[in-house]
Ligand binder design. Structure first.
Ligand code: M3P
Ligand code: FE
Length: 306
């Protein structure tokens, strides 16, 4: 089956306390490119290997966290079809007009059962500095910092994991790549709309609408080590790693932006297909699922969210 419906995470809008410090972190340390600064103060960024105009939006605010994550769908017709399906589930849909983000078409905006705002869009301008397509070099210019190639996924914390899983699978057409099953029900779910092991993930948490991390893709395990060197050299606040997930098999390191939002950079992960069965983790093996080498969770990793 070719990719139709929801294609991929397109953008994440993060709240940061100090815009200048955040731009230094996301551009100089992670290696994203600055696309534009707009009159309303928002700063737009993208990974060097992304064709769409932007993928990360920074908004200065009094509290850190995530405003919204947007997914790109294959066509305007599919956008309308998704809107109808979401409304048919009794979920209120807000239309965000084209141009609310520069270069962005109209968006369909709604809140899922974990309390997070999710959006769908079909049209966005392509980047003027997009990866070259004619006799392309491996990169247009040397990647900077951690050499993140693209925005990959978010992991979100909130209640009603069963409800959000049903929404993403039944309404948006995602598959469930992996799940953590506890004696009292599902603790966490990794959902894919593509060949990736996950495009979004959710962990059960009493407070709705919380943000655990935004993840950026690196080419190799060697790049994860290079990211660790950058974290040490520039005193970036380290959470955990370099290590590996049992879940998704990604090779990973977690750290915090200057506002306390968690970031992940990772490489690897298996290829997911829609006909693959869901992999299941149980309470007794959960440590290995999250951190395959250490086999135990740290309290900060589980408890600190924005
Ligand atoms: C990932 C991943 C948690 C697990 C996180 C896993 C928060 O971030 O990319 O697979 O328990
Ligand atoms: Fe992750």
């Amino acid at each position: 089956m070719s990719l139709t419906g929801v294609l991929r995470p397109g953008y994440v809008q993060l709240r940061v306390l100090d815009l200048a410090a955040a731009v230094t972190h996301y551009v100089d340390r992670i290696g994203l490119d600055e696309v534009s600064r707009e009159k309303d103060g928002r700063v737009y960024l993208k990974g060097w290997d992304e064709f769409d105009r932007h993928s990360v939006i920074l908004r200065e605010a009094d509290t850190p966290g995530m405003d919204v994550v947007g997914f790109k769908v294959a066509s305007d017709g599919e956008l309308d079809a998704f809107k109808n399906r979401i409304e048919a589930k009794g979920i209120a849909v807000r239309e965000v007009p084209a141009g609310e983000q520069p270069g962005m078409g109209r968006r369909v905006s709604f809140v899922v059962p974990t309390g997070h705002r999710i959006e769908l869009f079909a049209q966005v301008e392509q980047s003027k500095t997009a990866p070259p397509i004619m006799n392309p070099d491996v990169w247009p210019s040397e990647p900077r910092g951690m050499r993140a190639t693209r925005f990959d996924h978010v992991l979100l914390y909130g209640p009603d994991i069963d409800g959000v899983t049903a929404f993403f699978t039944e309404v948006l057409g995602f598959g469930v790549a992996e799940k953590v099953e506890m004696p009292d029900g599902t603790l966490a779910v990794w959902l894919s709309c593509s060949n990736k092991a996950h495009d979004i993930a959710f962990v059960k948490h009493a407070e709705p609408g919380k943000f655990h991390h935004a993840a950026f893709f690196l080419e190799s395990w060697h790049d994860v080590g290079h990211a660790a060197d950058i974290i040490a050299r520039y005193n970036v606040s380290l959470d955990i790693g370099p290590t590996r997930h049992g879940i998704t098999r990604g090779q990973t390191i977690y750290f915090f932006d200057p506002s306390g939002n968690r970031n992940e950079v990772f490489a690897g992960g298996y290829t997911h297909y829609p006909d693959h069965p869901t992999r299941i983790w149980t309470a007794d093996e959960l440590g290995k699922g999250i951190f395959y080498y250490q086999k135990e969770l740290n309290d900060r990793f589980l408890g600190v969210v924005t």
